[in-house]
Design a protein around this ligand. Structure first.
Ligand SMILES: Cc1ncc(COP(=O)(O)O)c(C=O)c1O
Length: 439
C-alpha cells in the first residue's frame, strides 16, 4: 500500500500537470495588430513543471539524485565519460578554465602569465575566466560569415607562452573543431569548446563539444534547453574531471557527493600540505575554488527538457532555414551565414549581417524591426576588446580585428527558437521586405 505521502505526491504531480495544461490554453495567439516576436524564451510543458515540483517536494535542495541522473544523461548524449552540472554557463567556463590551473595537473597546469587564445567576438564570460585566473587573453579575429574564430589567426598567435585555446561555437554554428583540435594537439595546447549556444550541433557527425578537453553548456532560458539558471562542464579525462569538480566544490580535495562521507575510504588517513596527519579529508583544499553547484530542482527540469532537445533543434533549424532562404533573395545587401562542410548547426539565432556599403545602417534596420514588435540582439560583446570592462586589462591582440569591428557594427540577430511559428516568421519577413522597399 502506498504511503499517505506517496499518494499525495502523485496527486500533486497530476494536479500540477493539469494546472500547466489549463494555463497553456490561456496563452494569447500571435496577433498582427499587437505583434510580438521574441528572440528567445523558455519553451516548456506539463512534464517540465511536474518534474520541477517533484524535485521540490523531495526537498533535497542541493545536488542529489536528480543531478546524478541529468549528469549521466548529458554524458551519454555527448558520448563523454563525465558531465558536471553547475549553476550557469558562465560558471561552466570559469570551472573549465580554472581546472586547467589545478595542482592535479602537475607540470601541465596553467600558471599566471600564460596565454590563452580566444576570439575577439565573444560573449564576455567566455573570455572572463582568462582574466579571473591571472592569465593573458590573446584576441584574434573572427570570420565574417561563420562568426567563428579564424583558425589561421589562431595559428599565427601561438607562442611559447600559449597554453590553451578557449572559444565558442558561435550562435550554434560549429567551428571546424577537428582542425582546431589538431592544431591544439600539435602545439600541446588545451582546448575548451564553449558550446553554450550550440547544444546539439555536430561536425563530421560528432557532437560539437567532443573535440576538446572540456565542453561547456548553458541552460539559461534563452538556450536550447533550460533549467532556469544552470550549465554543465563535460570532459572525457578523469584528471580534468576531478580538477573541475574540485574547482566547482570549494576547491576541496575530497570527492564525496553532498550528504556523503568517506567515499575515499580513508577520510581521517590523509597527510597533505602543512596540515596535521589525519586532518578530515572533507576539509582539505587542494585548489583555490568556488561553490558553483546547481540544485536537484534545476537538474530535474534539465532531464525533462533534454527529452525534447531533438524536437527543439529541428524547430530552430526550420526557422533558421526559412530566414536563410528569405535573405538569399536579398544577398546584395546581406552577407549570408556559412557553415563548414560537414557541419550541422544547432542555431541559436539568425544573424542579419549587413554588407559594407549597403544603403542602410544596422541601427536603422534594428530600430525598424523593434518598432514593429520584433526583438533584436547584438552579436554579444561585439569586438569585445572595445568593451569598457577590458580597458587597461592585460591582454594582447594578434593581427587586425577588422571583421570583429564589422560584426560589431553591421550585424544583429533575430530569434529562431521553437516558439516562433510559421505565422511569426512570415510577419518578420514581411516587415523586412517593407523596410527594404524604401531603398
Ligand atoms: C557563448 C556563451 N558562453 C557563455 C554564456 C553564459 O551562459 P550563462 O548565461 O548561463 O551564464 C553565454 C550566454 O548566453 C554564451 O552565449
Amino acid at each position: 500500500m502506498a504511503s499517505e505521502a506517496e499518494k499525495l505526491r502523485k496527486l500533486i504531480l497530476k494536479k500540477t500537470a493539469e494546472f500547466q495544461r489549463a494555463r497553456a490554453k490561456t496563452v494569447v495567439e500571435f496577433d498582427r495588430n499587437t505583434p510580438r516576436v521574441e528572440v528567445s524564451g523558455r519553451v516548456f510543458d506539463e512534464h517540465d513543471v511536474a518534474a520541477l515540483v517533484d524535485a521540490s517536494l523531495e526537498f533535497w535542495l542541493t545536488a542529489g539524485r536528480f543531478a546524478d541522473r541529468f549528469e549521466s544523461e548529458l554524458a551519454d548524449l555527448f558520448g563523454l565519460r563525465h558531465a558536471m552540472m553547475v549553476n550557469s554557463g558562465s560558471s561552466a567556463n570559469l570551472v573549465a578554465l580554472s581546472a586547467l590551473t589545478s595542482r592535479f595537473l602537475g607540470e601541465r597546469r596553467l600558471r599566471r602569465g600564460d596565454e590563452v587564445i580566444t576570439s575577439a567576438v565573444s560573449f564576455p564570460t567566455t573570455v572572463n575566466p582568462i582574466f579571473q585566473n591571472g592569465l593573458v587573453a590573446v584576441f584574434v579575429d573572427a570570420e565574417l560569415d561563420t562568426y567563428n574564430v579564424d583558425l589561421l589567426k589562431i595559428e599565427e598567435a601561438i607562442t611559447s607562452r600559449t597554453k590553451a585555446v578557449m572559444v565558442a561555437h558561435m550562435l550554434g554554428n560549429p567551428f571546424d573543431a577537428a582542425r582546431l583540435s589538431e592544431i591544439c594537439r600539435k602545439h600541446g595546447l588545451f582546448l575548451i569548446e564553449d558550446c553554450c549556444d550550440a547544444l546539439g550541433a555536430k561536425t563530421g557527425g560528432k557532437m560539437a563539444g567532443t573535440f576538446g578537453d572540456f565542453a561547456t553548456l548553458s541552460f539559461y532560458p534563452a538556450h536550447h534547453i533550460t533549467t532556469g539558471e544552470g550549465g554543465a562542464v563535460l570532459t572525457d579525462n578523469p584528471v580534468l574531471k576531478r580538477a573541475a569538480e574540485s574547482m566547482r566544490d570549494w576547491g576541496r580535495d575530497c570527492w564525496c557527493k553532498p550528504g556523503c562521507d568517506n567515499t575515499c575510504g580513508k577520510r581521517f588517513g590523509w597527510k597533505m600540505g602543512g596540515l596535521p596527519s589525519g586532518y578530515d579529508h572533507k576539509y582539505i583544499y587542494s585548489n583555490i575554488g568556488y561553490n558553483l553547484k546547481a540544485t536537484d530542482m534545476q537538474a530535474a527540469l534539465g532531464s525533462s527538457q533534454l527529452k525534447k532537445l531533438e524536437k527543439f533543434v529541428a524547430a530552430r533549424k526550420e526557422n533558421f532555414d526559412f530566414y536563410l532562404e528569405f535573405f538569399r533573395k536579398h544577398a546584395e545587401h546581406f552577407v549570408l551565414p556559412r557553415a563548414y562542410p560537414g557541419a550541422e548547426p544547432s542555431p541559436f539565432g539568425y544573424l542579419i549581417n549587413i554588407r559594407q556599403g549597403a544603403p542602410f545602417e544596422r541601427n536603422d534596420m534594428a530600430a525598424y524591426l523593434e518598432g514593429r514588435g520584433i526583438a533584436t540582439r547584438m552579436l554579444f560583446g561585439g569586438n569585445i576588446v572595445r568593451q569598457p570592462a577590458y580597458n587597461g586589462e592585460n591582454f594582447r591582440v594578434v593581427g587586425t580585428l577588422e571583421n570583429a569591428d564589422r560584426l560589431m557594427n553591421n550585424t544583429f540577430w533575430i530569434g529562431v527558437y521553437p516558439a516562433i511559428t510559421g505565422e511569426m516568421r512570415e510577419y518578420v519577413a514581411g516587415v523586412i521586405e517593407e523596410f527594404l522597399s524604401k531603398y
